[in-house]
Design a protein around this ligand. Sequence first.
Ligand code: F6R
Length: 363
Amino acid sequence: DKGGYKHFMAKEIAEQPQVISEAIGHYFGASGHEIRGLDNLSFDGVNRMVMVACGTAYYACVVAKYWIEKLAGIPVEVDVASEFRYREPPVGDDVIALFVSQSGETADTLAALRYCQGKAKKIVSVVNVAESSIARESDIALPILAGVEIGVASTKAFSCQLTVLLTLALEAARQRGTLSADRQADLVSALRGLPARLNIALDSEGVTEQISHELAEARDVLFLGRGQMYPLALEGALKLKEISYIHAEAYASGELKHGPIALIDPNVPVVVMAPRDALFDKTVSNMQEVMARGGKVLLVSDRKGIELAGDGIWRSIEMPGVEDLLAPILYAIPAQQLAYHTAVAKGTDVDQPRNLAKSVTVE
Ligand code: F6R
């Protein structure tokens, strides 16, 4: 049941404030700052984490790497499952191996998990389907509580994966003593305020839809982001190519001048994901390099960020302000809506894009 929406994807994008509230309720209760349901996950004697997944779930892992390293100081290695499984990387008993999968049945991710069994200290999974193979074969399976996701392009599962991975980063930091109780409380309060911000972000839909009509004319689109927003750029590009069939690439903003800047011309829109965080000024200077070469910049930022970026930008999508660490979850909304409305404008099959399957059970 599409609940009045034209596509399951639209419904699932709109459900995010609700399902994230549910995930927050599950891991933090109705009030307070204490984390629940992670007491059997000990970071004692853990020197490293490896995180393995495919596609959108892999990008959630890349965001989580920034969070876990920053909050808990644990080195994190992230890999796509198809690479990890055949590389036979060293995994010792000081390693937590973490697998992220919406379906819990992705063949490469499951094979990577089995490779780590008997080697890693703990096998942890972050899954949507609780009775899936990946959940069953893990020592600890953390539910993301996104509810059934039908659209082939993952949307609410991604933001719920991020919510659970941030919770895990907070728990690791708590156990390690790397985060003051005050800062932990602040972050949990900010997380509780996130669904309201997601609702505001959803309200930008009209603007996003208009821009999407123009984006639908492009043959190629670039996405840029820095730090924890780099994986959001990757996710935005994947979503766009997956459902609109427009060629899209993402780069870490700082990589621009190492090659991709050669692609910039007035026909290549450049989507810049830039919340006003510590790296904002750097990203603005990358944006100016794009504009100086005639590139069309679509800036996604908050009001002040858009103001600071100046007149030269082509289009902008305004996000509400948010605690820095939560920006990847909030900015998932415009990334998804851009892809969705561009695909609708092109008339492609949004929920069942060509050549793709919801659950990839063969490698
Ligand atoms: C992209 C998408 C895919 C999946 C990937 C992993 O929108 O949906 O990239 O994220 O196939 O699937 P799961 O999470 O089921 O392991």
